[in-house]
Design a protein around this ligand. Sequence first.
Ligand SMILES: [Zn+2]
Length: 511
Amino acid sequence: MSNPRLTHQWQHLDQRTVVGLQGAGLHSYLRDCVVPFSPHYGKLFKERGLTADDFHSVADLRKLPFTSKEDLLPTEDNPRRTLEFVLTPDAKALARRPSVMLRALLRGRKRVHDELEREWRPIFMTSTTGRSTEPVPFLYTQHDIRNLGLGSGRIVEIGGVRSDERMINMFPFAPHLAFWYMYYSGLDRNIFSLATGGGKVMGTEGNIRAVLKLKPQILVAMPTFLYHVLQLAVEQKLRFEGLRLLVLGGEKVPDGTRVKLADLCAQLGSPDVRIMATYGFTEAKLAWTECPIAPGTPPPGYHLYPDQGIVEIINPETGELVPDGEGGEIVWTPLDQRGTVVLRYRTGDRCEHGITWEPCPCCGRRMPRLVGNISRVSDVHALRFQKVKGTIVDFNELERALDDMPGLGAWQIELRKAHDDPLDLDELNLHVARTGDTSEAALEHALHEKLHAHFEITPNKVLFHSAAELRTLQKVGVALKEQKVVDHRDEPRRAEPAREAPRPSPQASYP
Ligand SMILES: [Zn+2]
């Protein structure tokens, strides 16, 4: 369970100390919380002949099998399968614990009863967005809400947000991690924060009005939505002066996107914005953040919170741990959660350079960091890559390439069937808006070159639009999340429901 030293000095301790404290924390967390009270893991430990005593170090984790997304999905026999991952304490067992008996003696039974209720009873949830599968709920108790504030407060801390500054949180209002994480960040650190609910709740115009009225220093948003808000404000010749920090999450944040967002901020009268990207996922019940950096600076990686959990990087094919600095799949084990708990959870997300323990080059904090691009891959393997004309295309890379492209503003990839015939070849059309003074011919040429060189595909059509038309195509202010990839291949048939876009699920979205 959480160790005060790890929680209060999480950014200052050296690797040996951190790993040592994590190992001790893992043992007591398994012993006191997970093994006795998790139906799923209680059974699994029993079946494998394991007890909490088999786990005294981080290295011991490898004795435990991975948990995957599939383990959480409802089955016909077991439609409420995720509840097996919810810690469900036995009141009598808790009451017999010496620590609880002592507390009852000192503070009175009623008070201890209330404290235990707050620690263990789920009162809140977020869920995965479930584009390709059923949404999976993750339950929180008050204990988890406190950790939500602790973790998200570190975004405020690392961002250097001052108490006289104001934040606007434009994440879409939904039972998804991203919105609530940022909601609690301001509350925890006593920072004024307005949650607009994003485009679907207040519209793009409503978000612009909120910025004009509140004059925030910090904007928190998904990069695509923020791009449209800033772009529209530039079109309307408005001034957003005093912006100094953009906190981004819920989607990839390629370098090109950072440059484009900062450029729009400069046009609005805020020339020196810093950008920090966050990474999280529903199953972790938290998100990590980079240091704020100037656009064009190499991202320093996500600062992990070692008191909250253990991040392992594995070879996705073999399941073996990889050495620090080597890329692989991100695996998560919490150290202090109640409610829904997953151990050694395989995210399906690949981190390019894995983990480093070197002090952060920006802030000097010492704690592990996740370094390099993280490719969010969907929970269903088949959705990771789409077959377009028989070519495997990694949409993570394709989207990043488009976001990085100079002269290209908003864009949308549209997949169709040639001649609207379900048996015909797939087509890939690019809907694009220009920025700056690149000509249409030059941009089209550059797009063809890039897609051919890096992905061996040639777009069937490149269609030019105004920024306003792209906002309509992406359903800005209408959909919960902007649609950058749409799949219209099933439309003519109408026999089965339209397939979801072949992009990583936005649960990813952390949400
Ligand atoms: Zn840093």
